[in-house]
Design a protein around this ligand. Structure first.
Ligand SMILES: Cc1cc2nc3c(=O)[nH]c(=O)nc-3n(C[C@H](O)[C@H](O)[C@H](O)COP(=O)(O)OP(=O)(O)OC[C@H]3O[C@@H](n4cnc5c(N)ncnc54)[C@H](O)[C@@H]3O)c2cc1C
Length: 497
């Protein structure tokens, strides 16, 4: 039966491709992948805007090595950069003396002080990630916990400079959490996220993440993937359907171009952002309340990149990145409180840019990082305006001679109609494990008691993983997980027969 079962995979990101590859490898012969955009990859977007070398507009690194199937796959196929840690984003936990920190008055900060505060920040966040927090912190946001824990540290850490560096650390951590602010993120829940051992920033070789997609796509026939095909509605049968009869395929999938598919199973891999916007019209009948609650309560934030290509390098050769430390940045507790209401934050959206890192294989390109509502605002501006703002920042902070960039390229993940953001985070008050699991639960929820066909709609994608949400390997694993669910289902049936 598994060979004849019809399976439709919605979405050709890592989760969808992994699911299809696993099903084909297990002998399923009728697996079709429908992808809304004109190319596979989803939140992996390997491009070549500045010449032959790649730029990653979406995912860039493989995070962790031990137990990471994508790291193993990349290693096995020789896809890793010769120096696997060739490019590293400047986060509090990865700061080195090659990261130049500047104040807004143009002075470079003492690398020793930067390192000390970043190390303290790393220790405080590690405590939260290892779920070792005292009870008094558990109901707080990550931002509030960090402020209180920081204030309790020795007075040496409470100079204005120390607090400004600490603000930068919080701002930078927003990229990992994909949140507008750490004051929105639940501190008690981030312990569910598991960082795999081995380097965090494993860099891919000249083919970038596209080369990983290519390996997966070699596992199934070219005709299995249909791009530029938007799934508009998934009609499933929670209670049986007299019109279609018990013997027919239980799910009908209707596409925007009018194509229809009658299938036994759908594996849906659309992002949480897409589900937040479209779940109400995507499913007929509507999703059960538990599933809708998961979609609403988990957060889906925006992280964007700003690439600036210059005619020449104006930063020193040993400089890995230029970090911007404001007197009062947006993650400063007082500023955050002040900007919580109203629209004033729009006037200073650029303060959310953490800094500009160098880019592997591009000696004259810098990559800026921006998150949250400020990133969404940036997406509404044209590239020239964003470039002008960045040049002004770089000139003010470094006092170096900075030319106008030759090209500016920004990602627009929030505006992407089939992503609607970058990745998942856990807001305050949300039970993360419960909601990730609810999102992953197949439909119908209780096929035994309702007597309908089981596993009609299965859910994969980064947001459905309890421990590896946000990551590419998390997405990959959920695709394999759902394929495995079907493989087991048909294997059990064969054994029973
Ligand atoms: C800026 C940025 C940087 C990142 N950096 C990293 C990193 O360095 N390392 C890391 O591990 N992770 C990173 N991530 C996260 C990582 O990219 C994602 O977790 C992962 O790619 C998600 O894969 P997915 O298959 O779950 O979803 P997606 O990649 O979103 O795939 C879903 C697919 O479904 C399609 N789709 C949606 N709706 C429909 C529809 N109605 N009909 C048909 N098709 C549809 C979409 O077009 C898309 O192709 C980053 C993400 C971003 C945005």
């Amino acid at each position: 039966m598994s060979k004849t079962a019809r399976v439709l995979v919605v979405g050709a990101g890592l989760a969808g491709l992994a699911a299809a590859a696993a099903l084909y490898e297990a002998g399923f012969q009728h697996v079709q992948i429908l992808e809304a955009t004109e190319k596979p990859g989803g939140r992996i977007d390997t491009t070549r805007p500045f010449g032959p070398e790649i730029i990653e507009l979406g995912a860039n690194w493989i995070h962790g090595q031990e137990g990471n199937p994508l790291y193993s796959l990349a290693k096995e196929h020789g896809l890793l950069h010769q120096d696997p840690l060739a490019s590293i984003m400047c986060l509090p936990t990865s700061v080195t003396p090659e990261d130049y920190f500047f104040r807004e008055d143009g002075r470079q900060m003492d690398p020793h002080e930067v390192e000390q505060i970043c190390a303290l920040f790393g220790r405080l966040t590690a405590r939260a990630f290892s779920s070792e927090l005292e009870d008094r912190f558990l109901m707080k946001s990550l931002g509030c916990y960090l402020d209180e824990a920081f204030a309790e540290e020795t007075p040496a850490h409470s100079t204005p400079e120390a607090r400004q560096i600490f603000e930068w650390c919080k701002r930078s951590e927003c990229t990992d959490e994909a949140s507008s602010s750490l004051y929105e993120v639940s501190v008690s829940q981030i312990g569910h996220y598991v960082a795999l051992k081995g380097g965090f920033f494993n860099t891919l070789g000249p083919g970038g993440y596209q080369a990983v997609l290519d390996v997966l796509m070699r596992s199934f026939p070219a005709g299995a993937l249909m791009c530029s095909t938007v799934v508009q509605q998934i009609r499933w049968m929670p209670d049986g359907d007299a019109h279609r009869g018990e013997a027919g395929p239980p799910v009908k999938v209707i596409c925007e171009d009018g194509q229809e598919y009658d299938v036994d199973h759908v594996i849906l891999t659309a992002s949480l952002g897409f589900l937040k916007e479209r779940a109400h019209s995507l499913f007929k009948p509507l999703l059960p309340a538990v599933k809708s609650r998961a979609i609403e309560s988990l957060g889906f934030g925006t992280v964007d990149k700003i690439f600036l290509q210059f005619d020449r390098r104006f930063w020193p050769e040993d400089c890995a990145g230029i970090q911007l430390v404001w007197d009062q940045g947006p993650e400063d507790a007082a500023v955050h409180a002040l900007l919580s209401h109203g629209d004033a934050w729009r006037d200073t959206w650029y303060k959310k840019i953490c800094g500009f890192d160098v880019v592997a294989r591009h000696p004259t390109v810098l990559c800026g990082w921006i998150t949250g509502r400020e990133a969404e605002h940036m997406e509404s501006l044209d590239e020239e305006e964003v470039g002008d703002v960045c040049v002004r920042l770089l000139r003010t902070f470094t006092s170096w001679p900075v030319n106008k960039p030759m090209q500016v390229l920004v990602s627009r993940w929030r505006h992407h109609p089939y992503a609607r953001g970058s990745y998942t985070y856990v807001p305050c008050g949300v039970d993360a494990a419960r909601e990730h699991r609810a999102l992953a639960e197949p439909l119908p929820s209780d096929p035994m008691s309702s007597g309908v066909k089981p596993l009609q709609v299965l859910f994969a994608g980064e947001a459905t993983h309890v421990n590896f949400y946000t990551t590419t390997h998390g997405a990959y694993m959920t695709g394999v997980r759902e394929a495995q669910r079907l493989i087991c289902y048909y294997t059990d049936q064969q054994v029973a027969a």
